[in-house]
Design a binder for this molecule. Structure first.
Ligand code: FAD
Ligand code: DLZ
Length: 513
């Protein structure tokens, strides 16, 4: 009997494994459901991106001659749950089997495996590294390090390889990167995408149904078709890539994207293939249009980090989600949901997140992430927040970044040391501090930047676990040389600040496993 092929909202590729092998009589289903819209309070732009991209993709499939059933969110007979809806449609069309590509989140895969109906789960081959190859690479290794994995992936794919050697003579050019923001920098403006009727309808629908979620819809400018995603890719390669490396770690008080690609959402939902993105960057290098430090740094993010975190996620779930090695117990600061804070760097990162459903990596890691780490926010509270507020957020990529890279809650699986930093780092990399009511040079006192005392208090709190880490030796040396009186003053300063914050006690929607 003919199959029903369920295509999820982040699987919008014509080359999807289930579509590639589909028989001509297959029924293809795409389902907008409230259940997926609400399991965390997704940013309205994220929901609008997914629904608009799903509707355009359904139109494209129909144009290719496929029989497509599209369940719209406000259809009367919509069950509002992905799996129930697919089973209803399978019965409706007389399909004996439901095929789906492995979902990107454990909660959905775990539910699928418990279903009674005849579901076939097909591997997702839109990545460079099959999960079984990652597991084989990880097997028996004492430490899983991205850099080792990445080199293997370079060799395997041939990306930026010249015979057996890395292009430019080195695997990694990060010492040429990491430059701070400069006053005279001009940043490229991202292309503005036309909102056609389908997109406008979706924006109206989302405004009606998800009005209570954190985030503005007004500036919605995500690519919702492959063609629009290709426009963004071309824009990045031409206007941003040459400076991507140098300013990869810089933070601007005014500009949300700097020289970043803003391509993660398009890649994660299937509008762009990671391989074509990496190949476009590689070609720019060989044409002489972008330097090696930029191109290598960019390809490493996709071929290295993106594949590595996915491998870790599937290797370690579901236990990974329960990790909390630093014993963090606080809820989220309530201002993460309204941007009302007088710490300038946090305020701007949160406002940009609210307005664009986007913040670049260093804002996520060193501003909102670092602050939560220093305060001791518990992983599930922070992870639910990151999963909700970014257009590119899916758990396979969000969780290792938040729980592992930011919170160091996995004991160092993802990063060999926590990315903790004081206000000094933020001052060096950004132009926030001169707009801030706090003084980044002060550690104690009424006007002292809270990041400073929080930083030292964090190091003290976790000395037992962290001081023997060779990469932390220098900083623990400085802490030890401080007089007890000074240390006590910093501790008290941090405690007073923590007491002044309004902490959420209820967060997210519970455990999604
Ligand atoms: P660029 O800086 O231009 O980088 C190019 C591409 O590299 C990105 O599009 C992305 O696909 C990839 N990439 C870069 N860094 C990473 C990384 N650490 N892990 C995986 N891929 C990476 N990325 C997501 O796609 N979804 C998430 O839910 C997500 N959550 C994150 C949460 C936290 C706390 C942190 C610190 C990082 C998170 N990232 C996530 C990684 C990274 O911040 C985003 O991929 C990036 O900011 C997306 O913007 P961009 O396309 O402009 O990226
Ligand atoms: C994120 C999301 C949202 C908001 N809505 C839908 C939806 O209505 N229908 C759908 O098929 N997918 C949606 N998604 C994406 C899914 O949550 C995603 O496929 C799973 O989390 C697995 O990665």
């Amino acid at each position: 009997p003919k199959p029903l092929i369920l295509v999820l909202g982040d699987q919008l590729s014509l080359d999807l494994a289930t579509l590639r092998d589909a028989p001509a009589d297959a029924v293809i289903a795409l389902c907008e459901v409230a259940g997926e819209g609400r399991y965390v309070p997704h940013h309205p732009q994220k929901i609008a991106l997914i629904f608009a991209a799903m509707r355009h993709f359904a139109r494209r499939l129909r144009g290719k001659g496929w029989r497509v059933h599209y369940s719209a969110l406000d259809d009367d007979d919509n069950c509002q749950d992905l799996l129930d809806e697919a089973e209803r449609l399978a019965a409706l069309y007389g399909c004996g089997e439901i095929r789906v590509v492995r979902p990107g989140e454990w909660r959905l895969l775990a539910r699928l495996r418990r279903r009674k109906a005849n579901w076939a789960i097909v591997e997702d081959d839109r990545f460079f590294c099959p999960l079984e190859d990652f597991a084989a690479w990880a097997e028996g290794r004492e430490q899983l390090r991205m850099e080792n994995f990445y080199r293997q992936m370079r060799r395997r794919t041939g990306l930026l390889m010249e015979d057996d050697a890395p292009a430019g003579g080195q695997w990694n050019f990060d010492h040429d990167n990491r430059q701070p923001i400069r006053r005279d920098l001009d940043f490229p403006t991202p292309p503005v995408h036309r909102r056609d009727t389908l997109t406008r309808q979706v924006l109206g629908l989302v405004e009606t149904h998800f009005a209570g979620h954190f985030g503005e819809l007004e500036a919605f400018n995500w690519p919702v078709t492959r063609r629009q995603a290709l426009v963004d890719l071309r824009h990045f390669i031409t206007h941003c890539l040459p400076d991507f490396g140098r300013y990869q770690d810089a933070i601007s008080d005014t500009h949300p994207t700097l020289f970043h690609a803003r391509l993660s959402a398009a890649m994660n939902i299937g509008l762009l293939e990671p391989r074509e993105v990496c190949e476009a960057a590689e070609s720019a290098y060989y044409r002489g249009d972008a330097p090696i430090n930029a191109v290598e740094g960019f390809i490493r993010q996709i071929l290295g980090w993106r594949e590595f975190v996915r491998g870790i996620y599937w290797l370690k779930m579901p236990a990974y989600k329960r990790e909390n090695r630093l014993g963090a117990e606080r809820g989220l600061p309530a201002f993460y949901w309204n941007a009302e804070t007088d710490l300038r760097c946090l305020r701007r990162a949160l406002e940009m997140t609210r307005d664009n459903a986007y913040a670049h990596h260093i804002q996520r890691l060193m501003v909102t992430g670092n602050f939560a780490l220093l305060c001791g926010v518990k992983p599930e509270a922070l992870c639910d927040w990151y999963l909700a507020v970014y257009a590119d957020a899916f758990e396979w990529v969000e969780l290792p970044n938040t729980l592992g890279m930011v919170l160091h809650a996995d004991g160092g699986l993802l990063g060999s040391k926590p990315y903790c930093a004081s206000g000094k780092y933020i001052d060096r990399m950004s132009d926030h501090c001169r707009h801030c009511r706090y003084d980044v040079k002060q550690v104690t006192g009424e006007n002292a930047c809270p990041f400073n005392s929080l930083y030292w208090a964090f190091l003290e709190r976790h000395a037992e676990r962290l001081e023997s880490n060779p990469r932390m030796k220098l900083i623990y040396g400085s802490l030890k040389r401080m007089k007890e009186e000074k240390r006590r003053a910093m501790r008290d300063q941090a405690s007073r600040f923590l007491e002044s914050i309004d902490w959420e006690t209820a967060y997210g929607q519970g455990d999604h496993l």
